[in-house]
Design a binder for this molecule. Structure first.
Ligand SMILES: [Fe+2]
Length: 394
């Protein structure tokens, strides 16, 4: 019910948005460009969006995860991106247009509109839509860009000497079945195999198409490591045939940590690895759910000299100092999918903390991965990634 209401609300917003865009586009065209084709395109714009929406609903009810579903979701997102882009563009065009018209009234010395000035107005008014459309196309192309493999070092005063230069391959948010498939995973693993890892950790949202999960886990299991590989759950594991996902995980060599901890021994030194569940839909209550999971996971096991936490949600950092956690590895946010200089541009908007990269709270540190995959085909300045976490003393 909650999901249906959310879907209806989002759909209504999109439909209203397309009609607003149509209105602005036609008004701007009437006042500035006077092109018949632009007027026609604007007229049909909301109906094309509605068509892609009908396709999306039809394909969802006929066969989930089919090619038709993928195509219609892509079409729907293209329309959403286009609508937002055009809305911003035409608002900019109007601001510019009225500014241009009002200026002679404010500044009496300015001459009225000459034909050159009118031409300049038309050209300048075209810049905003072209620039924003170009940015959207770049963002859409970025969703299909190569997965980066950055090596990220973290320093800890309490790190046992045995763990110096310990390397963890952190895989998160593969979202297999949307815009990342088994063939691409195979290629990525081929590239990842060029480096050595001590540990491989998967922090949730692995497969949206559960049919691909067993093969994906088998592929990941081919990566040679000194220690076993571990998996913690994300919200999308719950969205896609959860009982079957659990059965596949149980049969796999990759160990699922569901609100539990294990002790890893490396060169005679110990590390505690904790894996917590995902609170699925929770909004503001996320932290209290994560605290409950952490209490359960840490109950009855000893705090080691180094403690590592796998949590799909990066908000676990807020709790990490109270549970003696030194490092949290998380995902879920996809880095907000728009970044600049290694940080999400949505970082300080108050919607979500810890969107992408390194963070610290007390003596606890966090890395939020931008994820290997995504379900929303847009990435700008925030490429898909499979980070290698390197532990260092100091
Ligand atoms: Fe997620």
């Amino acid at each position: 019910m909650q999901r249906l209401l959310f879907f209806l609300a989002v759909t209504t917003i999109f439909i209203v948005l397309t009609f607003v865009v149509r209105f602005l586009m036609r008004q701007a065209n009437k006042k500035i460009w006077q092109k018949r084709w632009l007027d026609k395109a604007a007229f049909h714009y909301p109906y094309l969006f509605l068509l892609s929406l009908v396709l999306m609903i039809l394909s969802a009810s006929l066969a989930r995860q089919s090619l038709m579903m993928k195509v219609s979701i892509t079409l729907g997102f293209i329309f959403l991106l286009l609508s937002i882009t055009l809305l911003l563009s035409f608002l900019a065009v109007f601001a510019f247009y009225f500014g241009f018209k009002l200026w002679p009234k404010i500044n009496k010395n300015t001459r009225p509109f000459s034909s050159e000035r009118r031409r300049a107005l038309k050209v300048t008014a075209s810049v905003a839509p072209i620039l924003l459309l170009g940015t959207s196309v770049r963002g859409f192309a970025g969703a299909f860009s190569k997965v980066q493999i950055p090596v990220i070092s973290f320093h800890f005063k309490n790190l046992p000497t045995a763990f110096e230069n310990f390397r963890i391959l952190h895989l998160s948010d593969l979202h297999l079945g949307y815009y990342f498939n088994l063939k691409e995973l195979e290629n990525l693993i081929g590239e990842l195999m060029r480096q050595n890892y001590d540990l491989v950790l998967i922090t949730g949202d692995c497969a949206d198409n559960v049919n691909q999960l067993a093969d994906a886990l088998h592929l990941i299991d081919q990566i040679p490591t000194r220690l076993p590989k571990f998996f913690s759950l994300g919200n999308h594991e719950y969205f896609r045939d959860f009982p079957r996902t659990l059965r596949i995980l149980e049969k796999s060599n990759i160990q699922l940590l569901r609100n539990e901890a294990v002790t890893l021994v490396h060169n005679s030194s110990k590390m505690r690895l904790i894996g917590i569940d995902d609170p699925v839909y929770m909004g503001r209550e996320i932290t209290s759910f994560l605290a409950k999971f952490l209490r359960k996971a840490t109950n009855g096991n000893e705090v080691e000299s180094f403690n590592l936490l796998m949590s799909h949600r990066p908000q676990a950092l807020d709790l990490a100092p109270n549970f003696g956690v030194d490092l949290v590895l998380a995902g879920h946010t996809h880095g907000g999918q728009v970044g600049f200089n290694g940080r999400s541009v949505f970082e300080n908007w108050g919607l979500h903390k810890y969107l992408w990269g390194k963070y610290q709270k007390g003596n606890s540190q966090l890395y939020t991965s931008a994820g290997v995959g995504h379900w929303f085909p847009f990435r700008l300045g925030c490429p898909p990634e499979a980070p290698v976490i390197k532990l260092k003393q100091g």
